[in-house]
Ligand binder design. Structure first.
Ligand SMILES: [Fe+2]
Length: 288
């Protein structure tokens, strides 16, 4: 289970030593969202020296996206927009991340476990899955109109990876300046975003570069107004279907027994408030 995180800015978070076993070099991580039951994690990596790791087998579905700097996957040099996905149990090639790079890194359905191999051939020989890694340079892809049903005007997509068995998918999404939706949407799957650039206002606050959310299935969100073109990398653990709510209301509360319901510091809070970081300020409660 992952907590509802909405909205945080990664710069509000502390650094930990990067948990990337068998790596060589120095790399730090900011933990944007973690699942302490199965180890799934969404991390922002900052390489403070050149960092690298041999080929091997990962215990989780593993993804990397280059925000800044370079990542070399088995000899393929990737700059910003570079993306690698390796299913768990699949042979993963060696990887090198250049000092100063910022890389988004996800592990899903598993922890940081890694079985090192001396080279890709040895990793292939011990792999439990015959699936292959996906390596994509998003700069070489065209934005296309997203096929999702629901938005009042089009969003644009670059599909980076989709798991054909589960429909888990990772994509870049662009909303053009002025894109808006007055409704609240919710989905049968989780929705996670990291903002790569641009500005948008919505019910949980102001989105700008470096803002992040992990939104469990069913959480309403909306009242969007894109102030500029805005780009995200978005992940969902299933096909994202938009269900909409309008004229939303909340019935919540009770009769105070021994406190002043009009005194702000005495009031109880709703127990499902999301994780929120300091630069985003207080949530107004809009769209609850
Ligand atoms: Fe959504």
């Amino acid at each position: 289970m992952r907590a509802h995180v909405e909205l945080i800015h990664e710069d509000d978070y502390i650094f930990h030593a990067g948990e990337l076993p068998y790596g060589e070099g120095k790399i730090l991580e900011r933990r944007l969202s973690t699942d302490e039951e199965d180890g799934s994690s969404s991390l922002s990596l900052h390489a403070t020296s050149d960092w690298g790791r041999s080929a091997g087998i990962t215990h989780a579905d593993t993804e990397f996206y280059v925000v800044e700097g370079t990542l070399n996957y088995g000899g393929q040099e990737l700059g910003p927009g570079g993306y690698v996905q390796v299913p768990r149990g699949t042979a993963m090639d060696w990887i090198k991340i250049r000092e100063g790079s910022r890389i988004l890194h996800w592990r899903e359905y598993g922890d940081a476990g890694f079985d090192p191999a001396t080279n890709l051939a040895e990793a292939l020989a011990s792999a439990s899955s015959g699936e292959a890694a996906t390596v994509v340079d998003a700069n070489k892809m065209e934005w296309v109109e997203a096929p999702s049903v629901g938005p009042l005007s089009p969003l644009y997509i670059k599909l980076l990876h989709r798991d054909p068995k589960t429909n888990f998918y990772t994509r870049l999404i662009r909303a053009k300046k002025g894109w808006t939706d007055h409704r609240l949407a919710h989905h049968p799957c989780y929705e996670e975003f990291y903002t790569l650039g641009g500005k948008m206002a919505y019910n949980f606050g102001d989105i700008d570069e470096g803002t992040y959310c992990f939104r469990p299935a069913g959480v309403k969100h909306g009242h969007f107004i894109a102030e500029t073109d805005i780009d995200w990398i978005i992940r969902s653990d299933g096909e994202l279907i938009n269900w909409y709510t309008t004229e939303e209301w909340v019935k919540w509360g009770g009769t105070p027994f021994n406190y002043d319901e009009h005194n702000h510091s005495h009031q109880p809070v709703i127990s499902t408030l999301p994780v929120r970081s300091r630069s985003r300020g207080e949530w107004s409660g809009d769209g609850m």
